[in-house]
Design a protein around this ligand. Sequence first.
Ligand SMILES: Nc1ncnc2c1ncn2[C@@H]1O[C@H](COP(=O)(O)OP(=O)(O)OP(=O)(O)O)[C@@H](O)[C@H]1O
Ligand SMILES: [Mg+2]
Length: 389
Amino acid sequence: MAVQRLVLTDFRCYASLRLNIDAPLITLTGANGAGKTNLLEAISFLVPGRGLRAARLTDIARRGGDGAEPVQRWGVAATVDGLDGVYEVGTGVSDEVPVENPRRAVRINGAPARGQAALGERLSALWLTPDMQRLFTEGASGRRRFLDRLVFGFDPAHAGRLKAFERAMRERSSLLQREATNGDAADPAWLDVLEETIVEKGVAIAAARIALIDRLNPACAMGIGPFPSASLALDGVLDGWLNTMPAVEAEDQYRAALVASRGVDQIGRSAVIGPQKSDFAVTHILKNVPAGQCSTGEQKALLISIVLANARLQSLERGAVPILLLDEIAAHLDEGRREALFAEIQALGAQAWMTGTDPSLFVPLSGTAQHFTVANAEVTEQSLGAYAA
Ligand SMILES: Nc1ncnc2c1ncn2[C@@H]1O[C@H](COP(=O)(O)OP(=O)(O)OP(=O)(O)O)[C@@H](O)[C@H]1O
Ligand SMILES: [Mg+2]
């Protein structure tokens, strides 16, 4: 899978940008604030979701200079070689949608697509960013998001499932809270309907995560060169039920738990079990230590291991390798690990976009990578050879 052409309009710092890509490896270097991560973020909108910054749609449109009218319109267009061959994709926010409720529209080959699912059926992308360094030490929600993105590459319906689940959870909770504050009795039949959706989607989400972990574990257990072997697990009540009883029984228990927790959920302190409570637990196999207790460098190496293993598995199962967006990855690795990473990406045949402030780190890719320098939202193609010592 590969991006062949990328066109940005009023996207972050870019008023307009066109790039033609003809190499599997793309390196982008430039000073802090030049616009490197913004470019990777643009590519991350070619798959479902909120992109690699998990940004609000209203933050993405380019802010003009002093006194400029704020715009809400932004767009990313691309020619992509995906699972079904080459297609044209456009996504962004138009001026027509209401400001208070912006929606990211998607067009494929010129025709509007219903929702973002069509993106996931054609393309998958994985990313690693400096922000993710704290993934194993911060709250579980970041780890769940990371895990769900690993699932998307194998199960494009997962994104829609998560959305439907979250919508039903939000509606149930506002219904219960209205009842608690205004005394508007919640319609029990409607609560039943919502909880049925929650049970169905919630169990499907947990099952998809478990299925991914079961498949990914053997690949992660191998380790890749200097990147450590890892063992993955899903930690949660619902996940435990699914591992020990038939799915229908787990559904019954989940449904009963929802009904029993209506009273507690009324006061906004969700006692409900479900996929929104699970944690993605990663263990460094050789050290037999949870990832959160590993050194910063080891945690980074574990993340790279998992992403590479996922890419390798997608290549085996789907016959296509996801696009890799690796922000600032080279700077954080010693030379041996850096070379091993470059070698593995090339062995996978992945299209990888890598950023950094120091072009000399990418010199070993001279002749292989298409290199761009980024300065003040201008992107210029250059030879990496020029940076060789
Ligand atoms: N909506 C926006 N409109 C205009 N500029 C924006 C918008 N959002 C972010 N920017 C600016 O874009 C610039 C480039 O950001 P980006 O994160 O791409 O830099 P970078 O090259 O990755 O830098 P670093 O090396 O520090 O990571 C920043 O100065 C940022 O403030
Ligand atoms: Mg950056």
